[in-house]
Design a protein around this ligand. Structure first.
Ligand SMILES: [Zn+2]
Ligand SMILES: [Zn+2]
Ligand SMILES: [Zn+2]
Length: 363
């Protein structure tokens, strides 16, 4: 059972399937597989996606976190749940978006506090999650969005600017209505996405609607992870929107050289444009502001532009999977349309999400 206390909300009968001999069995992977296949098919379509994203995660750290922990003292509580969720999200986010930035803002004592400035380093987010979090007071959506807007003002136009709000209260304590802040965010093409653990709030639903984002109320930990997992993929850019022309413009980048290639312990690099010393890529040059990345980051970031084609689901299950050479026990296999080799469910997922290549097809 998951560590959070709310209702599981699953529909077990949706997963019941019939065998060829008429007996019934529970196929728990079916729905996830269908979603996964649809996602990969969407990736292959001719649509524009941002290569570089800046996502600010706004965490509700008001006293609602403490209330939940006191009520369920034998359970990990909302703070531990938030940290666990953020940790898993950050890992998947940097795996899928190697050039992107992630920052964290906390809502407590009616203010929006910058906890982690937008960073391309996963370790910054993980070490933040290891520290104790300050919580208490009222949450203020307006002040949180205002802080996020100040941070996003300095992000270049070719970067997709997004806000992800993880909210656990059913109230907000704002000095004035949030309309003017939403207008400012819309002008800068900032999209707001909301995951509300306690219930739907009209102000947050409207915020998501006005900024072309989405609002979710997950029923359990699994659903939360599925929602956040979808969020790690860059969203398609609407061709009629203002941000479309910004998304397809050239992005100036530089691939820096090590300042002393013979010294493996020296992690400093030289900017190819202004020749000043910088830290390890991905980073912005502190002198000329050029985006500095490694060749590895560049190849990883094109996985959404040239994704591995979706495999066809087939009932013609082979004895042995071509990928892991293990016995295939499920009712379905996945066939590569180019080389006709068949893979098990786990290999299908691994090839599309991690390897981004069919090992049997020529490179
Ligand atoms: Zn430079
Ligand atoms: Zn396999
Ligand atoms: Zn193949």
């Amino acid at each position: 059972m998951d560590p959070v206390s709310w209702d599981t909300g699953t529909l077990p009968w949706e997963h019941i399937r019939e065998n060829d001999d008429g007996t019934l069995f529970v196929d728990a992977s079916t729905r996830v597989d269908q979603d996964f296949t649809q996602e990969r098919e969407d990736l292959g379509k001719m649509i524009v996606r941002h290569m570089i994203r800046c996502v600010l995660v706004i965490l509700d750290l008001s006293d609602s976190m403490e209330e939940k922990e006191a009520k369920a003292s034998n359970k990990p509580g909302r703070t531990a749940f938030l940290k666990q969720t953020l940790r898993a999200f950050a890992r998947e986010f940097f795996d899928q978006n190697s050039l992107s930035r992630l920052g964290v803002i906390g809502l407590f004592h009616s203010e929006g506090h910058i906890l982690v400035m937008p960073t391309g380093n996963l370790q910054d987010i993980l070490s933040f999650c290891d520290k104790p979090l300050e919580t208490g007071g009222e949450p203020s959506i307006r002040n949180g969005l205002k802080t996020a807007h100040i941070v996003l003002r300095f992000i270049p136009e070719y970067v997709s600017k997004e806000i992800l709000i993880l909210y656990s209260s059913v109230r907000t304590c704002d000095p004035t209505p949030i309309g003017d802040v939403v207008k400012d965010l819309k002008e800068r093409s900032v999209r707001c996405f909301v995951v509300s653990f306690a219930g739907e709030l009209h102000v947050l639903t409207k915020l998501a609607l006005d900024t072309s984002g989405s609002h979710h109320v997950p029923m359990n930990l699994d659903v939360t992870q599925q929602i956040l997992s979808k969020f790690t993929l860059p969203f398609p850019v609407d061709s009629s929107s203002h941000s479309f022309t910004k998304a397809i413009r050239p992005i100036p980048i530089g691939i820096p050289q090590r300042s002393s290639p013979e010294d493996v312990e020296d992690n400093s690099f030289i900017c190819p444009q202004c020749l000043s010393k910088t830290s390890q890529p991905p980073t912005d040059c502190p002198v000329c502001g050029l985006l500095l990345i490694s060749a590895h980051h560049l190849s990883r970031s094109t996985q959404h532009i040239f994704p591995l084609i979706a495999f066809n689901q087939t009932r013609d299950v082979p004895e042995i999977c071509h990928g892991c050479t293990q016995h295939v026990s499920s009712q379905f296999a996945y066939e590569c349309p180019k080389c006709q080799q068949k893979y098990c469910t786990n290999c299908n997922k691994f090839l599309h999400e991690t390897l981004n290549h069919c090992p049997s097809c020529p490179a």
